[in-house]
Design a protein. Structure first.
Length: 66
């Protein structure tokens, strides 16, 4: 079966869709962010980076320094 090709405009329209959730505590929109933390390894002593995806709203923006 042939694969359906999408045009560039269709891909942009699909990528532009925001999946916004509302915070149940402060009732503001939660924005997705990628937080990168530098952590020193206890075993080797070298620095490693840990990437996590979090949703930040008015309640927890001070926790991440925004």
């Amino acid at each position: 079966m042939a694969r359906k090709d999408r045009s560039f405009a269709a891909k942009l329209a699909h990528a532009g869709v925001k999946h916004v959730m509302e915070c149940p505590v402060c009732h503001k929109d939660q924005q997705p962010y990628m937080v990168v933390r530098a952590m020193k390894s206890e075993r080797s002593g070298s620095w490693r980076f840990k990437k996590t995806h979090v949703k930040i709203c008015g309640c927890n923006k001070d926790e991440f320094g925004l």
